[in-house]
Design a protein around this ligand. Structure first.
Ligand SMILES: NC(=O)c1ccc[n+]([C@@H]2O[C@H](COP(=O)([O-])OP(=O)(O)OC[C@H]3O[C@@H](n4cnc5c(N)ncnc54)[C@H](OP(=O)(O)O)[C@@H]3O)[C@@H](O)[C@H]2O)c1
Length: 345
């Protein structure tokens, strides 16, 4: 099969090459998947350079998120398999930058009806991170005001949609005009350029103008995948919850805890990947919530559409684009190529 195999660490995505490696065969306990589309993540860029917290022993195939079709079910399963040959599935497993991959059942989900492989390939990480954060951790409810940072990014666009679906008003921040337009397209009520230092003032002005009571001071929930908790504490309401989702800006911030006390707010972390280990029952509840929103037409795919990435040869360009901070939503590579993709939609 074709794959982006890492035999030695590279300087950056543009050094990656497609090669022929032995194809996996049906396995006693795993599904064999033909990959159609692969999602890209910032940690893929770190991993190919040997800088990520999880480094498989060399050689290994890059990529984590995928959507595709079941080619073979586990051959030694004692119970009936959940998915059948031909089913459209998405999931996460090391080795998504390849034409085929072997995957455990618990990391597979069915592609929602009417969804493309392209959109499904970007769902596995972003949607539950944002749903789990906003619904399970921050208890978002109708009438809340939610500030979503980096709102046009992968988890950001998912957060905008979840917050809107739950009846909240969303203030979205993003660094470019195009990204702010995208945040609006996905439902944000207000958009702010957070490259302007005065952005907390802008949030406060909006809340003062449109909210009542304690809400005049700021938002009820902050969704932060960037590392902007400290500045966000300037524009939150009494009892606000600030979700620590990530540090896309590159450094782990320090927070002035006196503001946490003075404003009676909660700092809430979320580590979605660890729910499968520590709180499996919540994983099912979160996915059910997401699939319900999808069925109600309140949550749609966020695949980046300004440029297309066709074939595994385009993985280097896709990762480079992702790393350059110019893209929005999920950057997805169409592994099978355009012609084959059209015939399978
Ligand atoms: N807690 C969890 O369980 C969990 C799960 C998934 C992801 N995450 C984390 O959440 C963060 C965002 O993930 P994502 O998938 O949404 O990433 P993404 O699609 O690459 O979006 C990140 C956004 O961050 C903004 N940003 C601000 N400063 C940046 C910088 N110095 N370099 C690059 N981007 C910068 C960019 O928006 P602007 O250009 O508009 O500023 C960019 O769109 C990552 O740190 C990731 O590790 C956490």
């Amino acid at each position: 099969m074709k794959a982006i195999q890492i035999s030695e660490y590279v300087k950056g995505p543009l050094d990656l090459k497609v090669s022929d490696v032995p194809a996996p065969t049906p396995s006693p306990d795993k599904y064999l998947i033909e990959i159609h589309s692969a999602g890209t993540n910032f940690f893929d860029i770190l991993q190919i350079q040997g800088k990520y917290q999880n480094q498989p022993p060399l050689p290994w195939v890059g990529g984590m998120e995928f959507a595709g079709t079941v080619l073979a079910t586990p051959t030694a399963s004692k119970t009936p398999s959940k998915y059948r040959v031909g089913d459209r599935v998405f999931g996460a497993n090391q080795g998504a930058y390849a034409t085929h991959v072997l995957v455990n059942e618990q990391t597979l989900l069915p592609v929602p009806s009417g969804w493309s492989f392209e959109d499904a390939a970007g769902l596995f990480v972003t949607a539950p991170t944002s749903y789990g954060g906003l619904v399970q951790r921050a208890g978002v409810k109708a009438g809340d005001w939610v500030l979503v940072h980096a709102a046009a990014g992968g988890v950001g666009l998912a957060a905008v949609q979840v917050a809107k679906a739950k009846g909240a008003t969303v203030i979205a921040t993003a660094g470019t005009q195009r990204k702010r337009e995208i945040a609006r397209e996905f439902g944000a009520d207000y958009v702010i350029d957070y490259r302007e230092k005065s952005w907390p003032e802008e949030v406060k002005k909006l809340c003062a103008a449109h909210r009542t009571g304690n809400g005049k001071a700021g938002v009820d929930i902050v969704y932060d995948p960037v590392g902007m908790i400290d500045a966000s504490l300037k524009c939150v309401a009494w009892n606000a919850r600030l979700l620590v989702i990530g540090f896309a800006a590159g450094s782990i911030e320090k927070v002035a805890l006196n503001r946490v006390l003075l404003k009676n707010v909660s700092l809430v972390g979320l580590h979605w990947g660890q729910y499968a280990r520590f709180e499996t029952e919540t994983v099912g509840a979160v996915w059910q919530g997401i699939f319900d929103l999808v069925a109600q037409g309140k949550f749609k795919g966020t695949a980046f559409k300004d440029e297309s990435f066709s074939g595994l040869e385009s993985v280097p360009r896709a990762l480079h684009a992702l790393g350059s901070r110019e893209t929005w939503g999920k950057v997805v590579v169409n592994v099978v190529g355009d012609e084959k993709a059209k015939s399978r939609l």
